[in-house]
Design a protein around this ligand. Structure first.
Ligand SMILES: [Zn+2]
Length: 331
């Protein structure tokens, strides 16, 4: 259904599909009071539930339908919608069966995307919020939230990470959720190979997903900029030569040779993986990094790392061609 179209005419207009092509799908309540038809799939649900949850359906159902002209199935009016049957199945299961949402736990991205799309279109605030809560958690827009985040606790999906992040980027563009993009692009730079950045992924529901050309370009340029900045900002503490902090700390450091060697070793471990450098610019401090340095150097390195991450976080959106955080948060 398109809310901007005449709701009355949508309810009354018989559709050309022949009856034999129509499939009945779950949820189908025998005592349901309305048929939702998406493509050639029908669901039987309750007008009352849709009315309570969606102001759009409330308005639609408040218009009396002339019974002589209404399209009926098993005595129920048929509402034709232009969305996918898969999205409607998730939404009706959530609204009529309390599935997916009752425990506030993790959801697959397909369910989250359906909640976001239909929640926004039909103003089903509860489902829209369920979707945003999970996306905002996994793709945070403050450094503090980013540090608190534990991966894969709100979005659980066994598909490849690349296809998941690409779909989040697609949703962020479609729904004007630009605050999700800096971290989504960062995940691409940190964890997704160049081959996959340009790759296409087949989803279980038959959809194919790939990054748009602009997003591919943003990821490649962002990767280059993050790799170039990571040794100057977050991991500057790994530089022994020409680093004024270490020069100043010579007297306080209890084992200068050991600490220099520890930093050289870490530098190799963190950046040198295979033939190309590793992008890990927005990686938070790992307590393991401090264990081979003396206490003074370890504490100083941790503090330098944190201060530099704060600076890099501030610049993160602009590295990916977006306006600054202030502007993004105003949206
Ligand atoms: Zn030291």
């Amino acid at each position: 259904m398109d809310p901007q179209l005449s709701q009355r005419s949508r309810l009354q207009q018989p559709k050309p599909e022949s009856v034999s092509q129509i499939k009945r799908s779950d949820p189908w309540f025998d005592d349901g009071t309305v048929i939702i038809q998406a493509g050639d799939t029908q669901f039987r649900a309750y007008r009352g539930i849709l009315t309570v949850c969606s102001p759009i359906f409330q308005d639609m159902f408040s218009i009396p339908q002339p019974t002589a002209e209404a399209e009926l199935v098993d005595g129920c009016p048929v509402v034709h919608v232009s969305d996918s049957a898969e999205d409607w199945q998730y939404v009706l299961r959530a609204l009529c069966e309390r599935r997916y949402v009752s425990l506030g736990g993790s959801l697959s991205l397909s369910v989250i995307a359906a909640f976001l799309r239909l929640g926004r279109k039909y103003e089903i605030a509860q489902l829209h919020t369920e979707a945003l809560t999970r996306l905002n958690y996994e793709f945070p827009s403050t450094l503090e939230k980013c540090e608190e985040m534990v991966y894969s606790t709100m979005i659980e999906d066994d598909r490849p990470l690349a296809s998941l992040v690409f779909e989040v980027i697609e949703l962020a563009h479609e729904h004007n959720l630009r605050h999700l993009l800096p971290w989504a692009y960062t995940v691409c730079c940190h964890h997704i190979t160049f081959e996959d950045i340009f790759g296409t992924f087949d989803l279980d529901n038959g959809r194919r997903i790939k990054l748009a050309n602009d997003d591919q370009r943003i990821c490649i340029i962002g990767w280059r900029d993050l790799v170039s900045v990571q040794t100057k900002l977050p991991f500057f503490w790994l530089s022994n030569d020409g680093n004024p902090i270490w020069d100043e700390l010579v007297a306080a450091c209890s084992s200068k040779r050991r600490c220099i060697a520890a930093r050289q070793k870490l530098r190799d471990e963190i950046f040198c993986h295979g033939e190309s450098p590793k992008c890990c610019a927005m990686t938070f401090w790992d307590t393991e990094w401090g264990v081979d340095m003396c206490g003074v150097c370890g504490a100083e390195a941790k503090e330098m790392h944190h201060q530099a991450l704060v600076k890099l976080w501030y610049r993160l959106p602009t590295i990916f061609g977006l306006p600054g955080w202030d502007k993004i948060h105003e949206e």
